[in-house]
Design a protein around this ligand. Structure first.
Ligand code: PHE
Ligand code: NA
Length: 442
């Protein structure tokens, strides 16, 4: 088809290697790092859990992100057509699954992004200071949530409409450093709070009993969190890698991304847990809403809570936005490669469909929970599994060659990657999948 060829030759690329890395870090660093990671770490045994998580991230997450990068960079096409380009037309189904997963996740992620917008304003006006729990109940569902869901989605559409270099790359180059700088400043401030020591202890003191007592729950959680946190199984990393121009070491790029992503999670813990302990607030982890309420309660009670709360929620917003744009880009990339509509028209059209899919989640948080459970326990691991089986067992040797391009790593390291992906990583995904099935259907 000549038309497709014309589009391909005009395909956009990242202006710089750092641009690609920062965009990928922006995708990875999100609500998962700031909301889930600190609390789960504390609950599952502090630094003991951290060790398990690091093993999961380096042993399973890293090989998996490399698999997505290999597909994307080799094909230079969207997450569906990439499989055909590599010579396996039928495997496009894996791309379809990833794209659908991203579509699905963005629909409710945007609703949470809307809540964050509300909390930024609420910090400045002090709107949640009187009764944080009642405030959450009021703004998290119904018309309020719907309007802010629309605003958040409009921001996402605006950035993606500007394109890879002028939109996503420029935005994330500003966003990711801002996240790190503001979080460091907040962590320094949190250090000065009276209960800080207790917060650190709760977050990081090793607790092997907590670890061993819940081992069968903790290991799959660590693996699942590694995948979600690295934005795997949503087509995002395949799509971002498809805009790489030239060959660079995928090994060192991935390592940078993985390290920065984990660093931000730890940093968030060093902010959030001292904050809660300073106010004697029980770090309740059940449900997305609980975290909003407990953190808001802490800000409401602290001197200068307005300003600090404002900066904290700005960080959360920026983290959520830079993740959301990577998901919209997955679908937009597919439409740009396959139709002759302009990027802004495509971004607006598809963004609107995703907005519509999120309406139930905005209307009632029970829907949001249902959407999230389905994505997290079923769609995501299935999609990651498909990618790994494809790269490891179907595509195989050419994947190895692509991985080694632009890197001075030897064949040995490449083979280690291939065999890890083929065995350990696949076993890890199957494990989380089985566990997810149990909670979903048994
Ligand atoms: N890595 C993201 C996070 O931790 C996951 C994600 C990416 C979610 C893109 C939604 C959109 O939040
Ligand atoms: Na992000």
């Amino acid at each position: 088809k000549p038309a497709k060829h014309i589009h391909m030759s005009e395909r956009e690329t990242w202006a710089t290697r750092a641009g690609f890395i920062l965009a990928a870090v922006g995708s990875a660093v999100g609500l998962g790092n700031i909301w889930q990671f600190p609390f789960k770490t504390a609950q599952f045994g502090g630094s003991s859990f951290l060790v398990v998580y690091l093993i999961a991230v380096l042993g399973i997450g890293l090989p998996a992100i490399l698999a997505e990068f290999v597909i994307g960079r080799k094909a230079n096409l969207n997450t569906i057509d990439a499989f055909e380009k590599l010579g396996y037309r039928n495997w496009r189904i894996v791309g379809v699954l990833g794209l659908a997963t991203g579509f699905w996740i963005l629909s409710y992620y945007s609703v949470v992004g809307g809540w964050v917008l509300r909390y930024i304003a609420g910090s400045l006006t002090g709107a949640y200071f009187g009764d944080p729990a009642a405030y959450f109940g009021q703004v998290s569902a119904g018309m309020d949530a719907l309007v802010l869901h629309a605003v958040f989605m409009a921001l996402v559409i605006g950035i993606v409409a500007l394109g890879i270099e002028d939109g996503i790359e420029k935005a994330t180059k500003l966003m990711v450093p801002s996240i790190v700088v503001i979080l460091i400043a907040l962590a320094v401030w949190a250090f000065t709070l009276p209960g800080a020591g207790e917060g650190y202890a709760y977050f990081l003191s090793p607790n092997f009993d907590a670890l061993t007592a819940n081992f069968t729950e903790i290991v799959p959680f660590a693996v699942g969190q590694a995948f979600f946190s690295l934005s795997l199984g949503m087509g995002a990393m395949i799509t971002y890698a498809s805009y790489i121009d030239g060959d660079e070491s995928l090994f060192s790029d991935s390592l940078t991304i993985v390290v920065l992503n984990t660093f931000v999670g730890v940093l968030a813990g060093l902010v959030v847990l001292p904050l809660l302990f300073a106010q004697g607030i029980d770090p309740n982890t059940s449900g997305a809403g609980a975290v909003f309420v407990s953190v808001a309660t802490a800000f409401a009670e602290l001197p200068a809570g307005n300003i600090l709360g404002f900066f904290f929620f700005v960080v959360v917003l920026v983290a959520a936005l830079s993740s959301a744009i990577s998901l919209l880009e997955v679908v937009v990339s597919w439409a740009v490669d396959n139709t002759s509509y302009s990027r802004p028209v495509i971004a607006t059209g598809l963004g609107s469909v995703i907005f519509a899919l999120g309406i139930p989640s905005a209307w009632d948080t029970a829907w949001l929970t249902w959407f999230d459970t389905l994505a997290y326990q079923l769609l995501l691991p299935l999609s990651v599994l498909g990618i790994l089986v494809f790269v490891g067992w179907v595509y195989g040797r050419p994947a190895l060659a692509e991985l080694l391009k632009g890197s001075n790593a030897g064949e040995g390291l490449g083979l280690t990657w291939l065999w890890t992906a083929r065995t350990v990583v696949i076993a890890g995904v199957v494990g989380t999948l089985i566990l997810g099935f149990q909670t979903l259907f048994v």
